[in-house]
Design a protein. Structure first.
Length: 92
């Protein structure tokens, strides 16, 4: 299944700085009301804002959506450092 995920298309859509949709999401290593970190097909994507909340998360399909005040969306190279995502650690 991991090989299938690598074929996902990556996209980012921000609507009126209040809604965000991202495609090609592989993992969610961190989230809180001020920042959400996503591992995507194109590297690590960090969303900064206020009152952020996850509206949709489907890692099998690579789909993610969030709402709140979106102040910045930035990319950084590199991936998860072997710790696993917040969700995978929670479900252990």
């Amino acid at each position: 299944m991991g090989e299938e995920k690598r074929g996902l298309r990556h996209s980012v859509v921000v609507e009126e700085r209040e809604r965000l949709r991202v495609g090609g999401v592989l993992d969610v290593p961190h989230f809180d009301e001020e920042s959400i970190v996503l591992e995507t097909e194109c590297g690590r994507l960090t969303i900064h804002g206020e009152g952020l909340r996850i509206g949709k998360l489907n890692l099998e399909e690579g789909e993610f959506a969030a709402e709140g005040q979106i102040d910045a969306v930035t990319y950084a190279e590199g991936g998860a450092e072997g710790r696993g995502s917040f969700l995978s650690r929670l479900l252990r």
